[in-house]
Design a protein around this ligand. Sequence first.
Ligand code: VTB
Length: 334
Amino acid sequence: MPPRVVERQEIMDRFLSLEVARVTERAAVAAALLRGRGNEKAADQAAVDAMRREMNQIPIQGTIVIGEGERDEAPMLYIGETIGTGVGPKVDIAVDPLEGTTLCAKNMPGSIATMTLAEGGTLLNAPDVYMEKIAIGPGYPKYVVELDASPAENIRRLAKAKGVATEQITALILDRPRHADLIKAVRATGAAIQFITDGDVAGVIHTAEPETTGIDIYIGTGGAPEGVLAASALSCTGGQMYGRLILDTDEKRERARVMGITDPKMIYGIEDLVRGDCVFAATGVTTGSLLKGVRFKPGMIETDTVVMRSASGTVRWIRAEHRQFEKFEMTTPK
Ligand code: VTB
């Protein structure tokens, strides 16, 4: 058989998939040094700095599309910031250097460092507002669940498609007062609810593998930036997600308009949130059900990372042992 011809672009993004892992590893270690110190800002800043430092070494012309803030919040990885060596492919970047800052500051399960690198111009430029979200795993007909169907209807339809009773469905929901009605409606179907206090990027990713995670559906309102990151992960694993920005003030509608959003009520599917190929990576900061957190051991630091590539649907779990500590900022306590 003749050798398979690998396109230049494919070589590039296969190569970049290791680079993104390196970036989230560095950010995770930086944040992990500040686990349990009660200082969300410091942990977040450490992750941001590490992420920026590492990304600036990658041969890309990157633009931050989903970042830590909008333009004049300079010290963060702000929307519109250019990143990378400036040589290489034009790419859109979504980052959440420390997803679940509170989890990290309180040393609670489930904080991660995460990013997505996508073809230039393909990620939704979402403002930092709330997004209504619903997500399920792969293997179901399209629109088996819908954002505008009632929660009870969605649970019933999902149970039917799965061939089980509604009592055998588990929904993952962010524990927030704004979800009181949603929680009541889901409970009324007999379905189980698993709560998270933060971290809905990982929350949505749980739906991709219900057999392992026990989560069939994610429902609720969380951050829009987190929505784009989660959608990029599902674009690699399969699954469905629908999202709608909550633009409930003139100021938010104007911010969205400036970012190119003309229909404030639009329901986005995965292919609208991520319109091309992407590479997603996440490294555990504190141990959660998706990833183990950073381990500081004598002579080495261990990290667990997941890297996903949409072009191939490959999901890699990378346990890394780092021995060159000078690559990390070890000035703070562990
Ligand atoms: C979620 C969650 C984040 O924000 O998006 C949530 O994934 C939504 O905002 O980890 P509220 O906290 O205001 O409800 C986080 O908890 C923090 O960014």
